[in-house]
Structure formats: C-alpha cells, structure tokens
Design a binder for this molecule. Sequence first.
Ligand SMILES: C[S@@+](CC[C@H](N)C(=O)[O-])C[C@H]1O[C@@H](n2cnc3c(N)ncnc32)[C@H](O)[C@@H]1O
Length: 440
Amino acid sequence: MESPEPEGWPGVLHREGRTLCRLAVDPAEAGSGPAAKGEGAIFHNPAMAGNRTRSVLLMQHAIEAGLLGDSTVYALDGLSASGLRARRWLNELPVDIAGRISATMSDMDPVALDWAMRCHEEFPPEHGEGELIAHLGDLRKTVLEHGRHWVDIDPYGSPLPFLDTAIQSLARRGVMEVSATDSAALTGSSKNALLRRYGARVRTDGLAHDSGLRVLLATVARTAARHERSIEPLMSIWESHHLRVSMRVVRSIESANRVEESLGWRIGSPTANEVRLSISAGLQPETSLDSLPMHCFLPLSHPVERSDKRVSGPLWIGPIGQSEAMASLTEERALEICGPFASEEDIIGWSERDFEYERRRIARSVRHISDEASVIGSPHLILVDDLASWLGSGSPPSPSGMVQALCEAGHRAAVAHYGKPAFRTDAPWDAIVSAAGTGR
Ligand SMILES: C[S@@+](CC[C@H](N)C(=O)[O-])C[C@H]1O[C@@H](n2cnc3c(N)ncnc32)[C@H](O)[C@@H]1O
C-alpha cells in the first residue's frame, strides 16, 4: 500500500549520483549551503553529495572485503533527513551487494521519513533488492534497539552526543562513519569549544584540518576503548565545511587497552630535540637535523606545556586511512557505481551536459584518494605553499612535481586529497628538502 502524501509533496525532482528523489526545496534555488533547518524544510545539503558518494563506495569495499561478515548487513543511516544516503546504498550498489543490505533510515522528523519512504516507493532500486526501513525517534536512544554492522552519523554540528551509544550498537566487527560540521572547533578557530567538547587544542596552521580529523579520530578511539573496542581508520576526509572519519570498529579488550599508543601530539616548528624524540619513537624516518621539519608527531607520554602554542592534540598519530579501502575509491569505480547515464527522455529533463557535469562531480569526489592509499600512513603531509615559505625558496613547487622527484629518489609519495595543494610522503625530511630543489 502506498504511504500517505507527506506535507509539501511532491516538491521538485532531484538526482544525485544515480538516484532520484523529491525535495521540498529546489537545491539550485537553495544555494550551495545547507537548506534552512526548521519548520517544513527537510534538510538537504547538495554540498554533501561527495560525502554520500564516498559512503556508497566504502560500503561496497567493506562488504566485498568481508569486513562486515557474510550474511545480512544491518546498516543505519542514523540522522537520515532526506534519506538519500541510505537510498543511494541500495540503489547504486550492485545487486549481489544491495541484496544483502537491510538499511534503516532514522530521524526524529516524521515528515522527513515520510518523504524518504515516498521517494523510495516512487523510485525503488531497479534491481528490486535490499530492504529499507524508516525509524522515528531520537537516535541516542533508538540506536541501541538493534545491533548494526554499519552506523552513519551525520549531524548538525558536533557528532559527540551520538558517539557513545552508536559505538555500543555495533556488532563485534562493524564500520562507523562520522561527519562533523563543527569544523571551527575541531580546527582550533573556536578554542573554547574545542577544549570543552574534545579536550584538545589545535594550532590554526595549514594542517589544522588534518589535525581536526585526528582530534575527531582520537575522540572516537577513546569512546570505543571505553566500550572495549578499538578503531582502525578507513578514510578521513576534509571537504569544504565538514570533516568526516570512517573507521572499522572491532571488539577487543586487548586492543582497547592499547588506545594511547595511537594518540599523541603534533608539534609545529619543532626543536632538534623534539625531532630526535619523534625519530626514536618511530614517528618519522632518520633525517639529518641540518634543516628541521615544519612539524613532527610525539607520543602522548611526551610532556607538553599547556601554554605552548606550537602544540596540537591530543590527536590520533596513526594512519588516518587504510590502504586497501582507499585504493578501492578510484574515479573509474566511482563512475561505474554512481555515475548516471544520459537518456533521451530524462524524467527531470537533464541535458547531456547536465549528466556530464554530475559525472565529473562524482569523479572529483574521490580524486587522489586511491593514489594517496599507499602513503596514508606516512609521517609527512606537506603543504607546498608552507614548504616554500619554510625553505625561503620563492614560488611553491607543484605537489605532483614533488611527488615525481621523491619517487625518482626512491621514496613513496602521492598528491594528497586535502583542501589545499599538498602531498604525503614517507621520505625523510632531508630528502623532501632536496626534492624541493628539483621538484617542478
Ligand atoms: C545534517 S542532517 C542529516 C543529513 C543527512 N545525513 C544527509 O546525508 O543528507 C541532520 C538530521 O538529523 C535529525 N536529528 C537531529 N537530532 C536528532 C536526534 N537526536 N535523533 C534523530 N534525528 C535527529 C534532523 O531532523 C536532521 O534531519
């Protein structure tokens, strides 16, 4: 039986990836930011399309790689709003994978859930596989009603209120994806909010967003440890106004006991002694100390001055992604799974150019992620602008030029998927300095 028409239905037709939906407000008219929250407006932020695309692709990888077991995958789109994320999982993933998914869209807004279910009825997955359930209620409570293999938390602002119960709801092995739009706090611009919410400090330099991602990972890791679980980051992304971390969560008291081994500090403009300590802790390779690096990590056990403005942390000092997971997010696969195909009589009247635009947007949402996979655990994330100023070498080298020079010198390096021109490398600092002399 068809669900009753929700308030404001039918709104306007919209396509994201390969999935159609109806929205109360045309995103083209709503501008690039989030729609107003509040009466009658179901939240939909077109700027989060890339975030949802990556979620589809990561779920495919997790299921194919056996990270979620071999039977039904119970997945929760925790704060679902329009429900587009859960609908994209079912609609865009191949039939054998979608057929294993039981997805729940959960929100405290009944109108949003009604719209989402009506959209699912009007535009169900072509293959007809997979289950979609709507669940009304406060996520902090409802998440505990059922065990899950996959939990997505995509709130207004900070995800903190939802972390504790979401972790507890996960099966022995699961995946959690957490977005945060309180980036002013996480990147150190709102110092009080950062300290109050995350118990950390972040230096507001070029790496502030990377530090913010690491503070978020450290927070999730500590929450997981409280519930005898450990995390393994799969992918950490900064995109425009939000930060997002995706991780495997595994139940293991032993690994939870070792949580502090993955936490520590990032020091800007470190002294020679701090760099020596970082090397001896295995946090960066041997380098001569003739020229000192711009940053280094130190373990949590290292005493830091609270008033020292060079210090960010406590933060996650381990890899912020997993090579296999990131390697699977290629542009080719993104287009194969999520790219829409032009049709002559398109239901929403898209021209070939519109389809091409959406396909380019899909490709852009994963650009550099698979290249960066092999170096995601590397100690150095280097912004080329900062490098040029640090070395006083005039105009900055290009990230790809630096990558080429470092690889030719026998190191691993890749252009980073970061919001500023940057590369990641496992090369020692002195090799980076000499590559900067040759990098084009
Ligand atoms: C930022 S939007 C989610 C966007 C969505 N995940 C997407 O990809 O478009 C946040 C949603 O959380 C819902 N919400 C806020 N607090 C909640 C709570 N405590 N429990 C359940 N839903 C909540 C709001 O109604 C809103 O729809």
